[in-house]
Write a protein that binds this ligand. Sequence first.
Ligand code: 4AD
Ligand code: MG
Length: 477
Amino acid sequence: SQRVKIKQILLSDSVNYEVTVKGWVRTFRNNQFIALNDGSTNNNLQVVVNEADTDPAVFRRITRGAAISVTGQIVPSLGAGQKVELKTATLEILGDCDAEVFPIQPKKQSLEFMREIAHLRFRTNTFGAVFRLRHALAFAVHKFFNDKGFVYLHTPIITASDAEGAGEMFRVSTLDPKNPPLNENGDIDYKEDFFGRATNLTVSGQLEGELGAMAFGDIYTFGPTFRAENSNTARHLAEFWMIEPEMAFYELKDNMDLAEEFIKYVIRYTLDNNREDLDFLAQRLAEEEKQKPQAERSPMGLIEKLEFVLNNEFTRITYTEAIEILKNSKPNKNKKFQFPVDEWGTDLQSEHERYLVEKHFQKPVILTDYPAAIKSFYMKQNDDGKTVRAMDILFPGIGEIVGGSQREENYDKLVRRMNELKIPVEELYWYLDTRRFGTAPHAGFGLGFERLVLFVTGMTNIRDVIPFPRTPKNAEF
Ligand code: 4AD
Ligand code: MG
């Protein structure tokens, strides 16, 4: 008979039909009941085996973790907890598993421990739900932009430029690190390297994205990006996925409107299509919250938190307004910020961002018009001569989830700014060409995909929402 996914069997009310299911044994109880999981859902299919009818050599090998194939009838279940079960006609062991040494135990195991066995953690309910949601969000991202007529542009992973001008790049080289060729100054001679020049892993696809927007009008990228910043936090990865839409003829306000609509759309998509996994994670989070002292508990559950974001407009204020609020605020009764905000121009730390969204406004906030000195070279300069048309979206529990801006479309102003910041103008001639040949107002933003997945799943460490986290001193598997 045909192989059927467990999710499909459990969604349907039909009984008395034959199926084949294949999956992994989660538990085997009373020598009779197998809880079988095939990854399509967290709900296991109860498989009933009759020891008397089973070859003892096969029966012995039904262990936690083993891969099996079962054919039989789907029948109404007499036991509580499930409507249907599979009555085994034939059972085949596909792959044995020694349950004594299998690290996934049928009890609660810490997320820290799971990170050490990240190669096996997909086989737990928590990570099953997290990574199915991650998939659903990725699908919703493509659906949102496709429905709006955006072109998905694949920008390069290996590049010679530093899109953010922050110097946080991983070098890509095939030169012998112990004995690299040197030039007359004694520096490594990258002319001898694979590409004939120094190259890095991309920190952002934005600059190439802008080239696309200047032809297709609306594009987006969605790919891995890399940052060699030594930030060992629960919000930073060395390899993360970023979604970067770039739109011709957009100004900052259009950019903010699109970003807000986009975030709401993908959250709505998961509420409409992935409720089972969201409910599972909501339950998980509620249990975690119960462990905390009353005062530290979140007033909202996961589903409420998601619905709250959908039902409220994001607050939009300028950096200058935010500084005024922060100057006059005490984060905790008498405690000051660790980094006091005393003058205009200082970059906001995550404690300030979180104060604004979690305490002051208690909802997502879009901060605009930052000082030019703390933002990237490509942002459109305001007439005040000190701020740029930047926008950062800050989320409760996350901090910065989006960074974006209107771009400087004026060739002379852009070149002047690049020179001030010692950005190599000649090397970026291809980028500047967009400003020479039919330049137009345009804007875009970058959303950190893992930060979005963190928010939607209610997980708290970014290492738990990417299948294979890359962080300082960690690239094991
Ligand atoms: O603010 P960032 O650096 O902006 C850019 O890269 C622009 N080129 C985007 C654009 O306008 N097209 O990064 C954008 C977002 C951040 O808001 C954050 O969500 C995420 O990327 N991000 C990271 N996520 C995980 N780990 C890191 N190390 C991250 N660095 C940035
Ligand atoms: Mg940023």
